[in-house]
Design a protein around this ligand. Structure first.
Ligand code: LLP
Length: 410
């Protein structure tokens, strides 16, 4: 991801920023597109993972639809040229304003999460003399075996409609003339790498679609959500998720009837590996028990480690062997830095352990403890990898920080 030219380019830039490698993004989208096309599956990109405009443009160019979870996401998807017939609106708490916006935009489908929501969508559609297309989000009670903060398909979660409420759903659908039932929707969690979990999901989907068919409903659409994980530990050697195996599970175990469409809502697997958060070391604090690398990026730029104990690979780009060789060759850009640090062991690759922390006034503002890294210095560039999903979009201005910028490979 980082050749010498890229690292030299970073030297000129103000940090922190998200660096997007558009080539990585392109290759990932291609892999997903090819693997899903084999079976005629439709992929909607879960915009919540990253709504950076360049990222959206590229995703759209591959023909993916958009899975949105707010009125503003619906608006952004349409403004970015995702056709309205490819826009889906999900979410457990859609406001009237958001529903109206989506009705006005004539989107493809609402994924409805409660009986009450069905009634409200029907009323709002009626007021506009429209018919709202609906998929019912059902909670299949399948354990995704992922971090409990990002598990969504268990009965204890707020998402979807539990199966014992399905008779009420059927009654509501029959009583609501401004709703058109399209099918069923599921999403059981995120960062799922065990394909067995998806096999279990398929079995539940088959049972539930039979339930609807037996009661006279025409199930045109099966939407199995997203959740495919990425390899946070090996971004360079395993940078593209196993889309082939993922879609194959659904091909093998989902009971797809003639004429039915199968939809997916992938977020993380499409974008995570395409970005790294680039920051600089502000200070090195050497203590007796601990050494701290204090970065100019913190939980305001990337909150995943603090919120979910998420692992991200952390690399010192200024201490890679290539950059060090270049420095030995007398690259002027590094000279002032060398002088500043000449009292510290000069250009030897000692390994140290650091707690890598941010500047925010919170003890939890720590990317990882006890990270083994080359000895690091003020001004070194640090890359935090695999941050293209749920990175930039979850950034905040806590402590009145600047909004984090983005830089692109091309
Ligand atoms: N569909 C629905 C209904 C969802 O709720 C989500 C994600 C997706 C699709 C896309 O899931 P993906 O393919 O990206 O796993 N902020 C957390 C992840 C939250 C996921 C929320 N829902 C994180 O940083 O790990």
């Amino acid at each position: 991801m980082f050749d010498n030219n890229t690292i030299n380019r970073f030297q000129q830039l103000e940090t922190p920023f998200y660096y997007y490698d558009l080539d990585v993004l392109r290759k990932t989208l291609e892999a997903c597109s090819n693997a899903s096309a084999k079976y005629g599956f439709h992929v909607h990109y879960a915009m919540k993972a990253n709504f950076n405009p360049k990222v959206l443009d590229m995703i759209k160019s591959y023909g993916f639809g958009a899975d949105c979870v707010s009125g503003n996401e619906v608006k952004a998807a349409i403004e970015h040229g995702f056709g309205k017939e490819k826009v889906v609106f999900a979410g457990v708490g859609k406001s009237d304003k958001e529903i109206n916006l989506a009705l006005d935009a004539d989107i493809f489908c609402f994924n409805a999460e409660s009986v009450q929501e069905l009634i409200i969508i029907n009323d709002l559609a009626k007021a506009k003399s429209k018919i709202a297309k609906i998929a019912i989000r059902i909670n299949p009670n399948v354990d995704a075996h992922t971090h409990h903060f990002i598990t969504t398909g268990l009965e204890e979660n707020k998402f979807g409609i539990n199966t014992w409420q399905l008779p009420d759903v059927a009654d509501a659908l029959r009583a609501c003339p401004n709703l058109q039932f399209l099918g069923i929707h599921f999403h059981i969690g995120s960062q799922i790498t065990d394909m067995e979990v998806y096999r279990s999901l398929c079995i539940r989907v088959n049972e539930i679609q039979d339930w609807f068919t037996d009661r006279g409903f025409d199930v045109k659409l099966l939407n199995t959500g997203g959740g495919l994980g990425v390899d946070y530990h090996n971004p360079d050697t395993n940078g593209i998720s196993d889309f082939e195996s993922y879609f194959k599970v659904f091909k093998n175990f989902l009971n797809v009837k003639p004429g039915q469409e199968v939809h997916f809502e992938l977020g993380r697997a499409l974008v995570a590996q395409s970005a790294a958060l680039i920051s600089r070391v502000l200070y090195v604090k050497n203590g007796i028990k601990k050494n701290f690398l204090v970065l100019d990026a913190g939980m305001t730029e990337l909150i995943r480690p603090m919120l979910y104990q998420a692992y991200h690979q952390i690399e010192n780009l200024s201490q890679t062997s290539e950059v060090r060789d270049q420095r030995l060759e007398g690259n002027e850009k590094f000279e002032s830095l060398e002088k500043d640090q000449s009292h510290i062991s000069h250009l030897t690759s000692h390994i140290s352990h650091y707690d890598v922390v941010g500047p925010i006034c919170e003890s939890t503002d720590c990317f990882r403890k006890d990270v083994e890294m080359p000895q690091s210095y003020r001004g070194d560039l640090i890359a935090i990898r695999t941050t293209g999903a749920y990175g930039e979009v979850m950034a905040s201005q806590y402590n009145l920080r600047d909004i984090v910028g983005s830089v692109y490979s091309e």
